[in-house]
Design a protein around this ligand. Sequence first.
Ligand code: RAT
Ligand code: ZN
Length: 413
Amino acid sequence: MDIASLTEFVRNAVGSTVVTDVHTHLFPPSHGDLLLWGADEILTYHYLVAELFTVAPRELTFEKFWSLPKAAQADLVWEHVFLKHGALSEAARGVITTFNTLGLDTGGRDLPGIRKWFAAQKVEDYLPKVFELANIDHAVMTNNPFTPAEVEHLRGGRPCPDCLRPALRIDPLLVDWGSAVAVMKDAGYGVKVEGDEKALGEVRRFLTDWSKRLGPVYFAASLGPEFAYPDDSLRTRVIDGAIMPAAMEVGVPFAMMIGVRKQVNPPLGDGGDGVGVADPAAVMNLCRNYPQAKFLVTMLSRVNQHELCVLGRKFGNLHVFGCWWFCNNPSIIAEMTRQRLELLGTAFTCQHSDARVLDQLIYKWPHTRKIVADVLAEKYAALFEAGWRPTEAEITRDVRAIFGGSFAEFLAK
Ligand code: RAT
Ligand code: ZN
């Protein structure tokens, strides 16, 4: 292979590799309204609602926007973000890629026609089609036992296609202890607000019981930039007394998504969260204190990425994943992927979609593939120049590694 055919092979391998999507907010069709899909859901993605309010006319108040039906909200996003302000952001481009890939008329800007097409789809048939288009073997969901609307479906043991795998989301234990206690008490667990040893034992039982029911891939929580471990707080006691013992008993990693500054502008709803620089020392301390446990970590601030990569080199029980939320932009994905390859080889997962709306898989993955293909082509060219001659089988293996292969290996460790 010469350098040109090598880089072409690399690009094709990235384009065609099957992907494992390690974190999404998707649900099976059996969970009814919880599974979001279709034109109006895509257009009202919270990333785009936040954008709308950067350009919306003064008269459009938050109250007015939220009182409108979803289709009218989508119309406003379409009008102001797309038609009047050029659709240049990554989230807006994503909508165009999605519609276009589905063969819908973005050139003609025919939103009514696009809606009509979606209305004719049956989600049970549409979901496998989307997974096929994005070439995903499976996506990990976010299943929250503290959310009543979800618990109803989870307890009911509703059917779930194999392309969707559960993850147990446990944020309230760490960021909203009072409401977590109320939910656990209601469910018959002897948890008291004081969080004494007996209560922590009950939290652990709550987690292992839910794990028996769901069979999660991991436990997960999103944490603020102030997250510290260990410290003199109830949170550290909950981690040490309940979460880590339960995760080790069940044999799953604890996934931490760190750096979200919750609700900096509450009227924006889900779009109202911001970002802050966190201290990766919390991750370091956890990895060191629990050599027998496993941790999946992504961080939200660009500033934290280098330090997190270095930790990934120091601890075999840490797996770095994804370009999360405000990092899921081409320029930052390229930078982060380069940095990770340079520091970690293939021992990381280059991306997760965080899709909240099924159709988003159709753009998030091709957009990422394109960037990672460029970065990998450059890396392989440099390796070739250094004298190494990778085989096609090796390239195929190593591309798959950063799109899910390394994740599977980490889980199996
Ligand atoms: O990226 C997002 O969509 C965020 O709103 C959050 O869902 C975040 O990914 C999370 O899982 O907390
Ligand atoms: Zn998420």
